[in-house]
Design a protein around this ligand. Structure first.
Ligand code: TYD
Ligand code: MG
Length: 453
């Protein structure tokens, strides 16, 4: 084995034999850092065990045992608990609540008699203890270790043999096999690889915390996604108290799951009824506010889309601003409104916002955006008890979307009395009943406007 030195881009991971001011692969400036790598380290399993091919029909799949997670929402996000021997990466921006979430999970594991080794390279034991006090961490087999050396961490883990290992964070630990500093791409990858092998060898599930910046440019979690079994992303706006936990990858379950939490003085509280949470401050009878029935993950979520149209002052370029919506899609919808409904807003600024700092990417929000903008242009509020969903095409046609019944049921459950939806979705499948909801099926946006206003 020989140590080879090279330069690697901390943004995209590309390697170069010499230093360059700009990464040729991703174009990032000043991102190349000298690193040394141990080349050609064979994975032990692959090096020593020669596996034989098996006939598909004769192979008995082993049902890997899963460890239940105390927080029900996280339990289901993981597809029903943590699979033994799996490596879970929990990514998110600094300060979003990753350590808090993992400490809360560790608290519940320990309370249930499941032993946890919580390794922190970020905080001292005093700091963890202080946070634990707020989170109500009680007794049970929860072990803390303040350590950044990877080999020492894993030696302790082998000795203790806990039921769960948590490493906070992958950017702070370093392997003494490599000379580059903690947080560099090679160190981060080496850490993930070693913890992965530890988890598989001992059948102990491990959680790795990883920081990512908004641009995703920090060395780290992006380059680990293919190594780990599960990638959870913890997101939220700093100035909003809610946090969204999403699955980006899961080798043992669905990737559409998601859970919503509120950050409180006593840690993360699951929000059992997210639709009500996001609608609770909706203004009454204001033009431009529309409730859209979207699907987040695999569950329906009602959110408020707000629009504001105001005359462009001091400039010949009207502004088009969107927060939480796809900018290009929205521009397209504005063009459709102009062409198909006969409005002109060449001298109006248009602002669109999803309340609560949420993001909505699905086309099913189209009809809601259109109705919101039209409501502003007409200066007439949409009826208070109306929810909307539907995709809008370039000819102004309203197209059906998936999971119509789930969306309608969520609207009915929250007390809405009418629902504007694509005509193609308006026929409720046999056997499904939506109580107390008047369905307004529309074929075109013109028809939708006539039905509502
Ligand atoms: P933290 O878990 O340290 O974030 P990360 O590990 O992702 O960097 O959480 C940081 C923020 O959460 C911090 O600004 C304080 C806040 N917080 C609360 O509001 N309530 C709490 O009970 C705790 C523990 C933290
Ligand atoms: Mg932290």
């Amino acid at each position: 084995m020989k140590n080879k030195s090279f330069f690697s881009c901390q943004s995209c991971g590309a390697k170069s034999p010499k230093w360059l001011g700009r990464c040729p692969a991703c174009g990032e400036w000043n991102s190349l850092v000298e690193e040394t790598d141990l080349e050609d380290i064979p994975l032990p399993e692959q090096a020593f065990a020669l596996s034989e091919p098996v006939v598909y029909g004769e192979y008995q799949a082993s049902d890997k045992p899963r460890i239940p997670v105390g927080i029900q929402e996280v339990h289901s996000v993981l597809g029903g608990g943590v699979v033994s021997g799996s490596l879970v990466l929990v990514g998110g921006e600094p300060g979003i609540g990753k350590s808090t979430l993992l400490l809360q999970m560790s608290r519940d594991f320990a309370a249930a008699g499941i032993s946890v080794l919580y390794v922190s390279g970020e905080e001292s034991l005093d700091q963890i203890k202080l946070r634990g006090g707020r989170l109500g961490v009680g007794g049970g087999p929860l072990y803390l270790l303040a350590e950044t050396n990877l080999e020492r961490i894993l030696a302790q883990a082998e000795k203790l043999h806990p039921n769960i290992l948590v490493v906070d964070s992958v950017q702070t630990v370093f392997s003494s096999k490599l000379s580059s500093g903690p947080g560099t791409i090679s160190q981060v990858r080496e850490a993930a690889n070693q913890v992965f092998r530890f988890a598989k060898r001992n059948a102990i599930p491990a959680f790795l915390i990883g920081h990512i910046t908004k641009e995703g440019s920090l060395a780290g979690p992006k380059s680990l996604e293919h190594i780990v079994d599960v990638v959870l992303l913890f997101e939220g706006e700093r100035d909003h108290s809610h946090r969204v936990l999403r699955v980006l990858k899961n080798r043992f379950g669905p990737v559409s799951e998601l859970a919503i939490f509120e950050m409180t003085a006593a840690g993360l509280e699951p929000i059992p009824d997210p639709s009500a949470f996001f609608l609770k401050e909706r203004p009454n009878n204001e033009a431009g506010s529309v409730v859209v029935a979207t699907i987040k993950g695999s569950r329906p979520l009602l959110i408020e889309v707000q629009s504001l149209v105001s005359p462009t002052l001091f400039s010949s370029n009207p502004r088009r601003m969107t927060v939480g919506l796809d900018h290009y899609r929205t521009s397209m919808l504005l063009a459709v409104i102009e062409r198909k409904l006969g409005y002109t807003f060449g001298s109006e600024d248009i602002y669109l916002n999803v309340a609560g700092g949420l993001e909505v990417e699905e086309p099913a929000a189209d009809l809601g955006i259109v109705m919101g903008v039209v409501s502003c242009l007409m200066n007439r509020p949409v009826p208070a008890g109306l929810a909307v969903f539907g995709e809008v095409g370039l000819s102004g046609e309203v197209r059906s979307v998936g999971q119509a019944v789930a969306r309608a049921k969520e609207a009915a459950a929250l007390g809405f009395n009418s629902l504007l939806l694509p005509e193609g979705n308006a026929a409720v499948p046999a056997g499904e009943k939506i109580d107390g909801l008047r369905l307004l099926g529309a074929r075109t946006i013109r028809q939708a406007v006539e039905l509502v206003f």
